[in-house]
Ligand binder design. Structure first.
Ligand SMILES: Cc1cc2nc3c(=O)[nH]c(=O)nc-3n(C[C@H](O)[C@H](O)[C@H](O)COP(=O)(O)OP(=O)(O)OC[C@H]3O[C@@H](n4cnc5c(N)ncnc54)[C@H](O)[C@@H]3O)c2cc1C
Ligand code: SF4
Ligand code: SF4
Length: 402
């Protein structure tokens, strides 16, 4: 299979280059040329308005999705308490819906959970699909997947977002398989392709770390609906919407205990280990530059004076100095404090993935070229073992800031 470009007809508009996912087109001397990275996927053929691109590939037809409308969020709840991630996703869903000129819906399942609708409305839901049934009292994969599958097939959303919690990670792939859609897990950014010049206009761009976190990949689903993504807690921000008047659509599901296959015999709650860094306003985080437990005791003093919590990089967890619950990053927690003080942290992309939402980032590092300085609001080039004791001394004189 081959792609040809008729250079006499090419005006160098770059449309083909923009849609090519593989850098298969380069512009040379103002005209497009096919490079050896072309995989013959065919995505560029249709976009050329000058009909300069020909191929012997049968392009994959994009189905008609005109019936699919709206951005949906799965509103996870347990024992009548909404998971924060659902509310955070409603905030992001509003942004996406604005770019699509569509509306936001929440899907709420459970028993006696109608009282949660107000909270969903305040956080951005225009419509709430309320599904109440005794068989939905506790989360069970088949029951919840059956309901979601039916809703998706009946109401045809364009986008479906689910929190990447233990529950969401169980539900999302099951639903995506059943409705014949793809799923992008653990997205760190979601946006709408609003470029009217590209074929993929109004498609959901789903960005997530790939290849061990070494690059950020943006994934688009052109050929099926809904476009499904999961997002970890803390990655998106909640918004509050005033004067809301959400429509509640009550759904009576058809569920049979016999079809559900699982019974919950007992639930054992894991006791929280240490503090919850995701709720902290101030975080003092340490990396390999701290060199050992004593250094972390020093950071603990600084955190206490600032009324904050102590956190760390993955290397510190691997060294057994701090518990996994204190790790910030792609495979740790996502935090959004007002102040994040990164001490002796290089700022690897996997660490930054968990702290970029911090309001102010202060970095202390001996290496002026450390990537953490690229994202810091204030950078101090120097030895943490000199700078932090000085900060502690000065704060101790003034008293705690908390
Ligand atoms: C799939 C995958 C997932 C990952 N997930 C995570 C994750 O969730 N979270 C995470 O943190 N990492 C994660 N990592 C690891 C990540 O790639 C980095 O290796 C790690 O973040 C580096 O930790 P660090 O900054 O403590 O150490 P280093 O990269 O070794 O940096 C130490 C820094 O300290 C500075 N320094 C040294 N001495 C001093 C001093 N006296 N004063 C001041 N500065 C000093 C150095 O200049 C250096 O910049 C992941 C890796 C992979 C492959
Ligand atoms: S889309 Fe067509 S005209 Fe535009 S650069 Fe590509 S080949 Fe040339
Ligand atoms: S066929 Fe696919 S890979 Fe090749 S140039 Fe076109 S878009 Fe790029």
């Amino acid at each position: 299979m081959t792609i040809w470009i008729d250079q006499d007809n090419c005006d160098g508009c770059k449309r083909c280059q923009r849609v090519c996912p593989y850098e298969g087109i380069a512009l040379m001397d103002g005209v497009a040329r096919v490079t050896d990275r072309c995989t013959s996927c065919g995505a560029c053929v249709e976009v050329c308005k000058n009909e300069a691109i020909t191929s012997d590939i049968t392009p994959r037809a994009v189905p008609d999705f005109s019936e699919h409308k709206g951005v949906w969020v799965f509103a996870e709840q347990t024992d009548g308490v909404l998971a924060d991630v659902g509310l955070e996703l409603l905030g992001k869903a509003r942004e996406l819906a604005r770019d699509l000129n569509e509306t936001v819906s929440a899907v709420l399942m459970g028993q006696d959970v109608a009282g949660l609708c107000d909270t969903l409305a305040v956080h951005g839901a225009d419509t709430i699909y309320l599904v109440q049934d005794p068989l939905l009292k506790e989360y069970r994969t088949i029951a919840h997947a059956n309901v979601m599958e039916t809703l998706v097939n009946n109401y045809k959303p364009s986008i479906l977002l689910i929190g990447a919690t233990a529950l969401g990670r169980d539900l999302a792939p099951r639903v995506s398989r059943r409705v014949g859609s793809g799923l992008t897990a653990d997205c760190t950014e979601l946006s709408i392709d609003v470029d009217e010049n590209t074929e993929g206009s109004k498609i959901l761009w789903q960005t997530r770390p790939a290849f061990g976190g070494n690059i950020m990949a943006t994934i688009a689903n052109r050929y099926s609906r809904p476009q499904m993504a999961t997002v970890r807690p803390g990655v998106m921000e909640k918004t509050i919407v005033e004067n809301v008047n959400a429509e509640i659509i009550r759904i009576s599901p058809t569920l049979n205990e016999g079809d559900i296959k699982t019974r919950i015999l007992e639930r054992v709650k894991e006791l929280p280990k240490g503090t919850d860094i995701t709720q902290a306003n101030v975080i003092v985080a340490g990396g390999r530059g701290i060199k050992g437990k004593e250094g972390f005791e020093m950071l603990g003093k600084l955190a206490a004076l600032l009324g904050g919590e102590l956190a760390c990089t993955r290397l510190i967890v691997e060294q057994g100095i701090m518990a996994q619950g204190s790790q910030v990053g792609q495979t740790g927690k996502t935090v959004r404090p007002e102040i994040y003080i990164a001490c002796g942290i290089s700022g690897a992309i996997q660490h930054r993935a968990g702290m970029m939402g911090s309001r102010y980032i202060i970095a202390i590092n001996t290496d002026p070229g450390a990537p953490i300085f690229d994202v810091a609001n204030w950078g101090i080039v120097g030895d943490v073992h000199e700078i932090v004791p000085e900060m502690i001394a000065q704060l101790s004189q003034k008293g705690s800031l908390s």
